[in-house]
Ligand binder design. Structure first.
Ligand SMILES: Nc1ncnc2c1ncn2[C@@H]1O[C@H](COP(=O)(O)OP(=O)(O)OP(=O)(O)O)[C@@H](O)[C@H]1O
Ligand SMILES: [Mg+2]
Length: 251
């Protein structure tokens, strides 16, 4: 159900996220991302895999303009990412940080979830109705008036996701969304994500089997580059290939 009037008009198969020769280095360090390129098209559900420290979070934070590349270009719906285009580009993207604490800052989680829509002019009563529906979707109705630090780690993650989905993003970027979730909630989250009408989904995670249920395509980051870009299902069968990329399956 749409309650924000927002439609970027992208046809299936058209490029939504384009990354060209991206180089990113932390201060006084060798580049973490080294001339990395890929394109995500409308309809793509993509897994971002890579060993611990391979640069997944760094890449995602470049995509939403939280980090500025040393060189290279990023286009979102054809718009070059730059300081002056950031407000426009951010409107398309829902981003969940690896640490949900970075996302929740209001006195209650109900206010965390209504904050974004109210900023975009949604009437308070409508925003609250929608927030209550999202809280119900994530089993958090009873916690609406609690602050995030009174929730469990898994509940915080679900509340952060609810706050992101409240903005009805067309590009959803999630950094380790299953962290802290038990198997039943991991399954529920997969079911919620599979039903979302977003154009592009990019999910960084170490849970390879879970990624296999939610995404179709895998990007593997290693040595600062995308070393693999292919369908996820056959890749998950190639245990030796994954092991060589620092991704042993079933561990
Ligand atoms: N603020 C920082 N300053 C300096 N180096 C950093 C900083 N943040 C991350 N790094 C380094 O950049 C590299 C990539 O880190 P990043 O967090 O992007 O990895 P990741 O693939 O997301 O790892 P994980 O699977 O543990 O989440 C690592 O070597 C890390 O030590
Ligand atoms: Mg990370």
């Amino acid at each position: 159900m749409k309650f924000l009037t927002f439609d970027p008009q992208i046809s299936p198969g058209n490029p939504v996220v384009e990354v060209q020769n991206l180089v990113y280095a932390y201060t006084n360090q060798e580049p973490v991302l080294q001339k990395l390129s890929f394109t995500l098209n409308a309809g793509d559900r993509v897994a971002l895999m890579g060993a611990t420290g391979s640069g997944k979070s760094t890449l995602l934070e470049n995509l939403i303009g939280l980090k500025q590349p040393r060189s290279g270009k990023i286009f979102i719906n054809g718009i070059p990412l730059a300081p002056k285009t950031l407000p426009q580009v951010r409107r398309y993207i829902g981003f969940a940080f690896q640490d949900a604490n970075d996302q929740l800052f209001m006195p209650t989680i109900l206010e965390d979830i209504t904050f974004g829509p109210r900023n975009y002019g949604v009437p308070p009563a409508v925003a609250i109705d929608r927030a209550r529906q999202l809280l119900a979707d994530f089993g958090l109705e009873a916690y609406a008036n609690r602050s995030a630090h009174e929730l469990s780690g898994g509940q915080r993650r679900l509340a952060a996701l609810a706050a992101i989905l409240a903005l009805e993003p067309t590009i959803l970027i999630l950094d380790e969304p299953t962290n802290g979730l038990d198997p039943a909630w991991r399954r529920h989250l997969a079911q919620v994500l599979l039903k979302l009408p977003v154009q592009v989904m990019l999910i960084a995670s170490h849970e390879l089997h879970w990624l296999g249920k939610v995404t179709q395509r895998a990007l593997v980051l290693s040595g600062g580059r995308i070393q693999v870009d292919r369908d996820i299902q056959p890749l998950l069968q190639e245990k030796d290939t994954l092991d060589q990329l620092g991704l042993p399956v079933d561990w």
